[in-house]
Design a protein around this ligand. Sequence first.
Ligand code: FES
Length: 159
Amino acid sequence: MTALPPHEKDSMTTPSRRTFCATCCTLLAAAALPGHAQAPVPPEKGPDPQPLKRTEATRAGLTPGRVLDYRKAGAFYLIADARGIFALTAVCTHRGCLVLSEGAEGFGCPCHDSAYNLQGEVTEGPAKLPLRHLEVTEVEPKGLLQVDVSRTVSPETRL
Ligand code: FES
């Protein structure tokens, strides 16, 4: 067996730039396939610097069974049941995605399929903890409902 010149020996053991780029592209494309998709997890956030969220809702306008979506305004839902009005955080207790309202069924998380009933209790994991109930107050003179997303209240609390 004859020895190869040094430059030919290197080309057999070290991938060329073209081979290296093709391998990288293949790996990136494979990672983008649906079977490899990772559920979106939002970045960790600190406390909201403006925790008081004024809504346009009033007590009179919230009849039992209604669920008002304030995910964009402050990551919560305003809900009315037979006992009164309450607010639930929309932040999933598993990894912090925003849960989606499923009407009277409660809430579902699009990230890993946790489910909560309308009271915020876990009905399906991986989440283990219920959604936080938030403090709701009425602001005069118009009686608009305001939610303090920094204050957790008992699940029994109603306005
Ligand atoms: S973030 Fe994982 S189930 Fe909601």
